[in-house]
Design a protein around this ligand. Sequence first.
Ligand SMILES: NC(=O)CC(=O)C(=O)O
Length: 310
Amino acid sequence: MASVFRPETARQPPVERPPTPPNGGRYKIALCQLAVTPDKERNIAHARSVIEAAADNGAQLILLPEIWNCPYSNDSFPVYAEDIDAGFEASPSSAMLSNVAREKKLTIVGGSIPERSNGHLYNTCCVFDKDGELKAKHRKVHLFDIDIPGKITFKESDVLTAGDGPTIVDTDVGRIGVGICYDIRFPELAMLYAARGAHIICYPGAFNMTTGPAHWELLQKARAVDNQIYVATCAPARDPSAGYIAWGHSTLVGPFGQIVATTEHEQTTVIAEIDYSQTEKIRLNMPLESQRRGDLYNLVDVTRHASHKT
Ligand SMILES: NC(=O)CC(=O)C(=O)O
C-alpha cells in the first residue's frame, strides 16, 4: 500500500497562471452524493464502490460530500476522527481514497472527514492524485456556528478547530481551490482562489433543511458568476431520520453562473462535463478582471494576501 503522505506540500500555491489542463481542459466530474450511516466501515466500502462506478462511467475528477464517513454531529466527530498524518493504518478513509485513486487513475477531492491532529479536531478534505498521493489537505477555515432560533443551532467550534489557510492545488484536471461547506459563504476565499488561477472551486458541503433551500444554490451561483469560474458542490444524501438532515442537491455551476448539472436529495452520482474553454470564452466576452476598479474599492489585495497566508 502506498503510504506517501506529504502534508507539507499541501499549501504551496504556484504563483504563475496555470497551463490549460490536458485534453483542452475537458473532462468529466462525478459528484458522489453518498448516503451516510453510523457504520464507518460500511460508509468507506460504499464510497469506494460508488467511486469505482463513477470511474467506469468516465469520470476523471471525483468529489465527495462533507463528512461522508460518519454522521454530521459534534458527538460523532471525536469518535470517528482519524489521524491522517499518521499514515494509512491510522486513517482507513484516506487509505481507501488513495488506493482507489491509484487503481482507477483519478483525481479525488475527498469530501471531508473528522481529523485528529496534535490534540485538535478538524473538518478536513484530502485531495489525492491519480498515483494515490495526498496532494493537499484543507481544514475547514470557517466553522459552522449558527443559531436560527426554532430552526437550527449548530456550533462546530465547540469541538472543532478552524484550519489556518486556503488550499489550492495543481492536479491532472487543473488547478483546484478547496472550501468546505460554510467556507462557501465567504466570497473572499473564492476571490482569492480565482486570483490564484484556480480552474474550479470544489466545496464538499452539507447544508440543512433551513439554509439549504434558502442559500445553497444561490451561493454556488454567486461564487461562480462573481469569479467567472466553475464551482462544484457535493452533499450527503438526505436521511430524514438523522440528527442533522442534509439538503442534498449536489451541483455543478459553470462560469456564467449556469447550472450545468444538479440533483435532488437521494443517493446518486451526478456526472457532468467540465470545459475550461467556456471559462476563457466568458472571460473574453465579459472581461471583468481587467475592468475591476481597484482604485475605487481595493478592499483586499487578494493576491498579496494569498502569498502571505500560504
Ligand atoms: N454545515 C455547514 O458548514 C454550513 C451550512 O449548513 C450553512 O452555511 O448553512
